[in-house]
Design a protein around this ligand. Sequence first.
Ligand code: PLP
Length: 528
Amino acid sequence: MSRLNSQAKWIMNNKQDTESLPQLTSTLTESLVSLLQNARSRDILPAKSTLIHAVQSLPAQLPSHGLGLSHTTQHLVQDIAPAVSSSSLSSRYFGFVTGGTTPAARLADYLVTTLDECLAVRIPSDTIATDVENRALAMLAELLKLDNSSWTGFFTPGSSTSNLYGIACGREHVLRARGAPSPSAEGLQTACEAAGVRRVQILCSMGHPSIMKAASLAGLGRGTVKQMGLADRPWHLDVARVQKELESPGFASIVSVSLGEVNTGKFGISAEELRQLRKLCDRHQAWLHIDAAFGIFANVLPGTPEFKYLKDIAKYIHLGDSITGDGHKLLNVPFDCGFFYLRDPSRLKDIFSIPKTNFSEFAIPPVYFSRPVPAPGGPANPTDVGIQNARRFRALPAYASLVAYGQAGYEDMIVRQTRLARGIAAFVLDHPAYELLPHMPGVDDKSPVLETVFILILFRAVDPALNENLLVRINETGKMYAQGVVWEGQKAIRCAVANWAVDVQEDLAIVTEVLRGVTEQWAGRSRL
Ligand SMILES: *Cc1c(COP(=O)(O)O)cnc(C)c1O
């Protein structure tokens, strides 16, 4: 085919594509609907043969002429989609903490993709998008019991990014409070020298790995992250040790509290300790960051005795200077969505603002920046509050879900997820072949242990040989999906309940049947 012909073909296809789009959208919608209708019965992981077929279907190189829209859609629906896991669709996918997508959020996300508007600046006379974002953030704050008037919030690509922002704000604060120029403007070394600070360090107890990444990206260095957990409960912050660090001369500290810790799900601090920590941070010009990626949703639980333990801690989240929360986990909106709330927005300006004099160097029409109306108490433009300039309208699914389900809907979702987690924990605790982790020193009564369970369960098989094989045996049933972790040097199973679609009775029956079946099969095998 001549060059001219291939070009002509492309132009023709382009026109055809536009014409066939409505029909193909219907085809795709039908397949999506069937995917959703079968979500509860679909195998959590694709079959090996399906995966092999999908891998073989991938083109070895860029096609010289495109397949065309119709064939490509077919390829996506028939080859690719069946080979993708049900990690978000199944209420019994317990790997990582993935969350699901509520129906309202899903529909809104379709709209986001179709409109594909970019949210970099706020131009309320051109689009409603940034107003929707502000309303979503305000409603979210309300849901999470944060007083909206004292917090500036914004959406991020996820909790890892929110943690980076928390550490960056902390770095700014601890040095500025000691009389240094802004490290964001002048560099960390200059600011440290001016303030007589040898090191800006991060104090945490089994902080999420993203805290390490944040330390690296913020220029502090991973080596400045110090684990301050209690000897017998490493996920729980040892406030006395933290105090010693805060008092040591030459150091400026950011304290990062895990709410909860990512292996065990435990809240890494008590309410009393959190209050004490706030005072210590004030006294020693330290920054208090709370990584509450999923823990912040404990504030959505009702104020009944069943959830008192969790709520009594989570209600003090507002004592932090900065707070990380995840959207694509318990808010159950699509990837990628996290959020970040900050008490003093002036730090954002220090970190993210581009000096005015540089504006002229960008080939952006000045009108872009002349019209923004600042949101009350918030930064003027989305681009002023994060690394991203061009951003997806990720607030819309969150907005839709909050509007569709409200306070009561979310309360119901979080209650069901917590109850399923506790149901699994209670089963593991009672079953002689299993051992619930972590060991809680000083707690030997069953009910206080269960009260500390939010959405994560960690356990292992008592028999080391079964424990070695436990993960494979659980996951090969296809009825639930657990995650393998290493706890105290041994293999362990972690289950994270994070899907809005949880049906406590039905899911608990299936999970306990799987866990019981695995031990019975194992016992049968060893008798042979
Ligand atoms: C999941 C999680 C993170 C990281 O969140 P992403 O959204 O995956 O970036 C950070 N901290 C905690 C406590 C988490 O559970």
